[in-house]
Design a protein around this ligand. Structure first.
Ligand code: PNS
Length: 225
């Protein structure tokens, strides 16, 4: 039998539990895992048309780990956004007023150039489900190609918001459907104001359906008696 000795450099650290390795990394680098993040200024770019509870959840999570978080609203993200830039700025400012290290701004052009102009070294993006991953990966890699020093960090919003998107909120609201719990109250109110005819029509239809089914119930009960 060959008596081969594995060189020290090739030995796998299988005997060391993962937790111990992470701990040693932290001690070696004097708080490596927490330290630098607290000095990072990050940019959370998006269309926010409209801001959802999922966006807010991510902003709150980001505000906890980054020294400063700039929420960058893309100007003209679509040809005809439902909310104007001024409305989105106003809503997001009101929603994040309690977060002292969060700033709301608008940007146009390349996101990486805007990030550089505000000295952000990190881009925060949310991933809700596997379906987001492909698009986000492509965007992160393109942004890395454009600006290799800018890192993209992904965070997950609370699972109760994993299906919430601005697009679906717009779709439901445009038919006058309920968006309670999906968007902050201030956004819900704005949607109701903006889409008043749709909500009025939907509420009237609901009321008519309720009236007709209660009428049928009464008839049924009469027949039984
Ligand atoms: O909320 P969204 O619509 O998913 O956000 C997309 C956004 C605004 C982050 C993205 O479209 C963007 O960064 N646009 C700015 C133009 C740009 O830099 N494009 C290259 C991205 S790879």
């Amino acid at each position: 039998m060959l008596n081969r000795t594995v060189p020290q450099s090739c030995r796998l650290p299988i005997a060391i539990p993962a937790s111990a390795r992470i701990e040693s990394l932290i001690t070696q680098h004097g708080g490596f895992l927490r330290g630098p993040l607290s000095k990072v200024s990050a940019l959370y770019p998006g269309s926010f048309d409209p801001p959802t509870n999922g966006h807010l959840d991510l902003i709150e999570r980001g505000a906890k780990i980054f020294e400063e978080l700039v929420v960058g609203i893309l100007r003209n993200s679509e040809k005809s956004p439902m909310f104007s830039l001024a409305e989105r700025l106003e809503m997001l400012k009101a929603l994040t007023a309690h977060l002292k290290n969060v700033r709301i701004e608008a940007f146009h052009g390349l996101m990486v150039e805007y990030a550089k102009s505000i000295n952000a070294t990190c881009v925060l993006r949310g991933i809700r489900a596997v379906s987001d991953y492909e698009y986000e990966l492509q965007m992160a890699l393109m942004n890395r190609k454009l600006e290799p020093t800018l890192e993209t960090v992904f965070m997950m919003p609370a699972d109760k918001y994993s299906y919430v998107s601005s697009r679906l909120v717009r779709e439901v609201a445009q038919i006058g459907g309920p968006v309670k719990g999906l968007v902050p109250e201030v956004v819900e109110q704005k949607l109701r104001e903006k889409l008043e005819p749709a909500y009025k029509f939907h509420d009237e239809m609901q009321a008519a359906t309720a009236r007709s089914s209660s009428g049928k119930e009464k008839k049924k009960r009469k027949k039984k008696v």
